[in-house]
Design a protein around this ligand. Structure first.
Ligand code: PD2
Ligand code: ZN
Length: 285
């Protein structure tokens, strides 16, 4: 029998959280009352996320981190194509809040293969920036393997970076080195924000080099046959990980109000390879 997540259940979950019960305790109560584990987890995740968003929306703007300038793609007249200096790419879909644009034909098959082959000898379990210290750490939410190319490391990298610069109208020097990630079946990247949380103690150290992140471009290099989409839970969008395509998104405040929460859904079958470019406010040197 399917179990339905009712408004009453959502209200109960919020009241438990407000009473100070942790996620684990709430989950155990739900299991004890006969809820199936997957339904209970889904109910808790969606309810608490929606609740958090509602309370965040009610915050006065003066309490939020400052607005930042962000890259803008040249798509105000809904062009079907963008003629970048060395390649015509397609504009497949776009939304404004958050600003998410899906681009088709951004990379050729040869370019995808070149990025993967160059990365293979240097792959290691992915690290994320440790916001407590400003260093790097293993992260259980990210079960992919990865590596970074230095900026302009090879002719191929330099070509793709120039293409990104033209796509985003944002200086190449403000970009971090291209990151390659490899996901096997079961691997995922749980929803997160790419900006650095201003409340974390390590953030001022991280920001000394290039300022905040303001946008992300994920390029799909090898597509899994099932799963592995890039999800945007706040707007219930999932971008298909199609080889050669890319998704651009920006965040003009380092705050959840940007609705830039995003994740890599678990790969179900096949393998997923991506390249990620993060753009900073200033020069990243
Ligand atoms: O692999 C993805 O789809 C993904 C999802 C969320 C990658 C990233 N974030 C990232 O590289 O930041
Ligand atoms: Zn991300």
């Amino acid at each position: 029998m399917t179990q339905v997540i009712t408004p009453e259940l959502r209200q109960w979950i919020v009241s438990q959280a407000q009473a100070g019960f942790g996620a684990d305790a709430v989950l155990q109560s739900m299991l004890a009352s006969g809820w199936k584990e997957d339904v209970a987890i889904e109910a808790m995740e969606t309810t608490l996320r929606d609740h958090l968003q509602t309370t965040q929306m009610a915050q006065p703007v003066s309490d939020l981190p400052p607005l930042m300038s962000v890259p803008q793609l040249s798509i105000s007249e809904q062009p079907l194509y963008l003629d970048l200096p060395d390649r015509r790419v397609s504009v497949l879909s776009a939304m404004s809040e958050p600003n998410i644009v899906v681009i088709g034909n951004f990379l050729s098959d040869d370019e995808c293969d070149g990025l993967i082959e160059g990365a293979k000898p240097r792959m290691a379990r992915s690290l994320t920036v440790a916001t407590k210290t400003g260093g790097e750490e293993l992260n259980a939410d990210r079960t992919s393997n990865g590596m970074f190319y230095a900026r302009s490391e090879t002719e191929l990298i330099a070509r793709i970076e120039r293409r990104l610069e033209a796509l985003c109208n944002w200086p190449l020097e403000n970009g971090e080195g291209l990151q390659i990630l490899h996901y096997r079946p079961g691997a995922e990247y749980k929803p997160h924000y790419d900006y650095f949380d201003p409340a974390e103690p390590g953030t001022p150290t991280i920001l000394r080099r290039g300022g905040q992140r303001v946008a992300t471009i994920i390029m799909y290099l090898h597509e899994p046959s099932k799963g592995g989409g890039t999800t945007f839970p706040d707007v219930r969008l999932e971008v298909a990980p199609k080889r050669g395509n890319a998704v651009f998104f920006s965040y003009n405040r380092a705050h959840p109000i940007s609705k830039s929460l995003h994740g890599g859904a678990p790969v179900i079958e096949g393998e997923k390879w991506i390249a990620t470019k993060w753009l900073r406010e200033g020069k990243f040197e």
